[in-house]
Write a protein that binds this ligand. Sequence first.
Ligand code: FMN
Length: 373
Amino acid sequence: MQAQRYDALFTPTSVGDVELTNRVALAPMTRVSATAEGLPTNQMGGYYRRFADGGFALLITEGLYIDHQASQGYLFQPGIADAAHAECWKRVVDGVHEAGAKIFAQLMHAGSQSQGNPHMDSTLGPSAVRPRGEQLAMYRGSGLFQTPKAMTGEQIGEVREAFVNAARMARDAGFDGVEIHGANGYLLDEFLTDYLNTRTDAYGGSVANRVRLAAEVCRDVVEAVGADLAIGIRISQGKVSDNHHRWRGAEEDAAVIFSTLGETGIDIIHTTEYRALAPAFADTDTTLAAMAKKYSGLPVIVNGNLDDPRDAAAMIDSGAADIVALAKPALANRDWPRRVRGGQPLSPDLPTDLLGPIANVKDWEVVGARGDS
Ligand SMILES: Cc1cc2nc3c(=O)[nH]c(=O)nc-3n(C[C@H](O)[C@H](O)[C@H](O)COP(=O)(O)O)c2cc1C
């Protein structure tokens, strides 16, 4: 039988000035395998390199904390907050480049979803509202999240500066781009979220106000490093602490959010949904990715349950997105692009102990000695 070729996935494209050999990206995945000081290790270098060797044209790192204050979310999470972090990331980046792929650093402030931070006992958020749900056991958490302290105007300014500093560190490390983490219930998404943000200043109330901080961070980063790096932002409705959240204003909110972000000078928007192919809201048949594209006018990376290459290719063919990002399917198949292109079968299953009891990188993941492709 003739293997299907899914050509849509294997045409070149670019993000800003960064050229990609295909349209399949590794989605960001926190793996809590750094040193206690947030330095990436050789093991992590081997982990990322395997995806590059496997044909992913673009790798997006796990979320990296951006300062030595409140941004860290997890113990043993890597950082990009200082020159020592940048120096160590350079080795990881060089390995990925040698294998012919590009790599973006995901810049993350954990906000009130922080559950492990040696620098702070308390967490920060837009308002003193506790996130729903419970801390993640796979990242050494248990019980409820803390109720965060509502950020002052001065602290908002410090966070903006921290994103810029981290973007500069990413540039110094040789990254091709940065992805600002505006999704999944972390700080920038908390500002966007009606029930977590009860502020009465310019950052609260209307959706235009709630997206303000994300847009300011985008502009700040573009101004600081836009000439050197590709810059994107990741946006979602769902959260680590509230998977099923939907924007109350539905497409009207999407229009404000994506058009505002589209005007900041960034190069790309990355949307993530539980199922990327599903309509974004109850009263529409349009996906969130397609709305991002329509209202921002920017290229789009799409993520969420795109394991089946037919679904992944359909997102590109339909014009809804330009690049697909894979998380769990990539863990199950480190060489997903090569396999799909070569018509080889894909493994649908994650090895059972991969993310448990702790979601750290295991040595067999790096050397490929176990059944993970
Ligand atoms: C172990 C794990 C860690 C994750 N860490 C991050 C992260 O650091 N940053 C982020 O934006 N998303 C993170 N995600 C979400 C994934 O990027 C992705 O959105 C989600 O797994 C759905 O995509 P998939 O269906 O391809 O797995 C993580 C997911 C998993 C499974």
